[in-house]
Design a protein around this ligand. Sequence first.
Ligand code: B12
Length: 220
Amino acid sequence: MDISNLPEEHQNLLEALKKAIIEIDEQSAKQITAAIAEAKIDPNVAIKYAIAQGAAEIGEKFDNGTYFLPHLVMAGDLMDAIGRKLEKNLPKDRIQKKVVIIIGAVQGDMHSVGKNLVATMLRSGGFEVYDMGVDVTSMAFIDKAKEINADMIALSSLLTTTMPYQKEIIEDLKAMGIRNKYKVMVGGGPVTEKFAKEIGADGYGKDAIEALEVAKKLFS
Ligand code: B12
């Protein structure tokens, strides 16, 4: 994400938010987020620049032993809180017909921040989103999809070890003869377009912005 074309004052705010997130400095992060809203900086830019890039650096710090699990937990909560504040200012870009999407992190996966951002972005696009939370089994997704007559199931995996559960859900839908009833969109850190194709998903998004674009295309 390149922000060099933005006014310097906006660049400084975005830089400061990223730094506060990386340092898990809740007070500063919240103050800067308020200033970002005040300055009317595009929330998508703030999410992509400060949260997504901040998370990548937090992951590196975890990898190189500077940060430990409690840091990840605190960073996760902070990114969630900041994401929610930024999302309030997303433009409402409504689609016409009612489309219901179920979203969740697959079985064994406790990562919620990215999934929450995707859910909010989809809501901002006018989709009706039912968030099942984290660590959701294949059957729980399918039962809920039937119960609320969903149009799409959106699956998030942040761990390589939980990616196979995305495939499992598609296989279970096939085995039950209901694969055609639901679109399936997949995403999350280690998930790629190639993997999505291999497991037979209908859509893949590398981030929350792409998730909305793909969902719109699937239902246009
Ligand atoms: C915060 C965090 C945690 C927190 C999560 C808190 C929370 N409330 O979510 C906690 C502490 C719980 C955690 C735990 C673990 N974590 Co962790 N975690 C992270 C961290 C630092 C940030 C994740 C994040 O929030 N990113 C920010 C969001 C905005 O990005 P995102 O999640 O990728 O989502 C975007 C896209 O992927 C996409 N997307 C996401 N979902 C979906 C879904 C759809 C349908 C679509 C279209 C798109 C999409 O759009 C999102 C928004 O743009 C990452 C490092 C990283 N760089 O990502 C490690 C990371 C994901 N964790 C990792 C690991 C190893 C673990 C643990 C196993 C650690 C341990 N030893 O116990 C546990 C596993 C717990 C479990 N069973 O799930 C590894 C995974 C390695 C791998 N590839 O398998 C990472 C990459 C860190 C690392 N470098 O090692 N973690």
